[in-house]
Write a protein that binds this ligand. Structure first.
Ligand code: SAM
Length: 291
């Protein structure tokens, strides 16, 4: 077969098989996303172009992406984008790639806040990373002002870019802060967070593609169990919530019960609970402050 015969269809089949042999997750999807990126087209457009011959320049770019992905680099970093809650977010190595589990946190928050009320809302997203949570909440709560906090200035720059892309930057205040330490002078209707919650010991079992490429500070929580960052957040959230305000935090199935007990030991919370994700794992810890 000659060079000329590398069509879109053949490149996809070859690459999906190659990724499959390397035990890469979703090999066909990865091949399609990377080839669409190299061709600068939408993934869906590939389906009508299977017979098209791919030129050498694009093939060289695609080969580079395939090599990096087979070395563990996540597709989202390679193409600089990941979809979350049906919105496209720019990502780079300074921010965690938004996960489907975190969509539960957004959904649980929206369920508790009055979307159609004309009352202004103050919401805080602690550890905003790419801004995925803050931007979605700003989109779906048009009366809300969001404070988006991160300890990492490079992450805040990515979050600002995403807020601008989705036209909600005028309602999001970006704040470099260690948890809520700099968030003074505002009482919030809700404090929402997907904090780092993996322990150093658990990191041994985390896939290389995560361990080597995603930011350590976005993954590993303080304390031997990884839950100390969340306990600190719980303590700091109480005085910064309005009466009846909500705290919603993503956590790991391993920490959920311990953290719920921690909340229940504080009498200023009216009620608390844990919501499971679609896989049936305890995932979102919530608490409502006394009225
Ligand atoms: C698990 S990532 C979540 C990112 C994003 N919210 C999401 O759900 O995709 C945690 C984020 O918290 C930030 N972070 C870690 N420790 C922090 C701290 N003490 N104060 C504020 N932000 C922190 C990290 O930089 C990272 O962006």
């Amino acid at each position: 077969m000659t060079e000329q015969e590398w069509t879109i269809g053949r490149l996809l089949s070859w690459t999906a098989e190659f990724f499959g042999q390397k035990a890469i997750d979703n090999p066909r999807l990865a091949a399609e996303v990377l080839l669409a990126n190299a061709l600068q087209c939408q993934r869906i457009d590939l389906y009508t172009r299977f017979e098209e011959i791919v030129n050498e320049t694009v093939r060289t770019a695609f080969r580079g992406l395939v090599k990096r992905h087979s070395g563990g680099e996540p597709v989202a970093y390679l193409v600089g984008q990941r979809e979350f809650y049906s919105l496209a977010f720019t990502v780079n190595s300074h921010v965690l790639i938004p996960r489907p589990e975190t969509e539960h946190l957004v959904g649980e928050t929206l369920d508790r806040l009055p979307a159609k009320s004309t009352q202004p809302l103050q919401v805080c997203d602690v550890g905003t990373g790419s801004g995925a949570i803050a931007v979605c909440l700003a989109k779906y709560l048009p009366q809300a002002t969001i404070t988006a906090i991160d300890i990492c200035p490079e992450a805040l720059a990515v979050a600002l870019g995403n807020a601008e892309k989705h036209r909600v930057a005028d309602r999001i205040h970006f704040c470099e802060s260690d948890l809520l330490s700099q968030a003074n002078g505002v009482l919030f209707d809700a404090i929402v967070s997907n904090p780092p919650y993996i322990s150093e010991a658990e990191m041994a079992d985390v896939p290389d593609s995560v361990k080597k490429f995603e930011p350590h500070r976005a993954l590993v929580g303080a304390g031997t169990d990884g839950g100390q960052t969340t306990r600190n957040l719980i303590d700091q959230a109480l005085p910064r919530l309005k009466p009846g305000g909500w705290l919603l935090v993503e956590t790991s199935p391993m920490l959920a019960a311990t953290l719920k007990s921690y909340l229940e030991a504080q009498s200023q919370w009216k009620s608390s609970g844990v919501v499971k994700d679609t896989a049936g794992h305890p995932r979102v810890l919530w608490a409502q402050k006394q009225l």
